[in-house]
Design a protein around this ligand. Structure first.
Ligand SMILES: [Zn+2]
Length: 255
């Protein structure tokens, strides 16, 4: 995309207020996924990832099956467990999902954990990370100068500069919850798990310090919305918990 075109888009964005925010994405899926490979290497050096086989295999089995149910299921996805007590999980553009041991240690069932993974996959499928970068660039009118459309290299650098753990908007959260519920049901999980997870974290948040809500803002109607979406799948045989989960959570608590 030319610099002129970016300038025009930026001007349009200013004229129409925030009408385009959260909408346009100027990055191709190919560039995003290529940038993802670079970010994956970078994060492997920066984050305390665990290689506990039980944990990584469990998270990967759930995550890969979920990713395959989505429109970006033919792209490579990677799921990692981070040794970090903060209750958090995050998606990085290019099919990367990171789940903290702190979150695994706190959830009450396998479907709550599956809810966290589905929500992150949903952010990735909706491409919220690069969408927010597109919107920020529009508003800053610096897109041309910092190399918007400068390929995967430029994109990886921008994502790293913005912070891989950039927080999402409430609108992004609503979309990720809605998509997450679908992804769960399609891959055999009871989507009430996502509502259970949000309720559990919201009550923990009253004591303060649930990192998940710094990056995934909580709104008052969020839990009810998810519960209502999940109701559509009532009566289907979906998994609420599994036998491996206790062992997985125990290991996460020990790490
Ligand atoms: Zn979120």
């Amino acid at each position: 995309m030319s610099r002129l075109r970016i300038g025009a888009l930026a001007a349009l964005a200013l004229l129409t207020g925030c009408a385009t925010l959260g909408g346009a994405n100027y990055y191709s899926v190919d560039d995003e996924w290529q940038a993802g490979r670079q970010l994956e290497d970078q994060l492997a050096r920066q984050l305390p990832l665990t290689n506990d086989r039980t944990l990584t295999r469990y998270i990967n089995d759930i995550g890969q099956r979920m990713a395959r149910q989505t429109e970006l299921g033919d792209r490579p996805w990677r799921f990692y467990v981070v040794r970090d007590d903060a209750i958090n999980a995050f998606n990085v553009p290019g099919g990367l999902v990171y789940i903290n041991t702190g979150l695994i240690a706190q959830v009450g069932s396998a479907s709550e954990l599956a809810g966290a993974i589905a929500h992150e996959v949903a952010h990735g499928v909706a491409r919220h990370g690069t969408q927010r970068l597109s919107a920020a660039n529009e508003l800053n009118q610096v897109a041309g100068a910092i190399g918007l459309g400068g390929g995967a290299e430029g994109l990886a650098a921008q994502i790293a500069a913005q912070g891989a753990f950039a927080s999402f908007s409430r609108r992004d959260e609503r979309e990720a919850d809605r998509l997450g519920v679908q992804i769960m049901a399609r891959s055999g999980w009871d989507p009430d798990g996502l509502a259970d997870l949000l309720e559990r974290l919201a009550s923990a948040e009253r004591g303060g310090g649930v990192a998940f809500f710094r990056t995934h803002p909580l709104s008052s109607d969020r839990m009810q919305d998810v519960r209502q979406l999940a109701r559509r799948y009532d009566g289907q045989r979906l998994v609420r918990d599994d036998r491996q989960f206790d062992n997985v959570r125990r290991r996460a608590r020990q790490l």
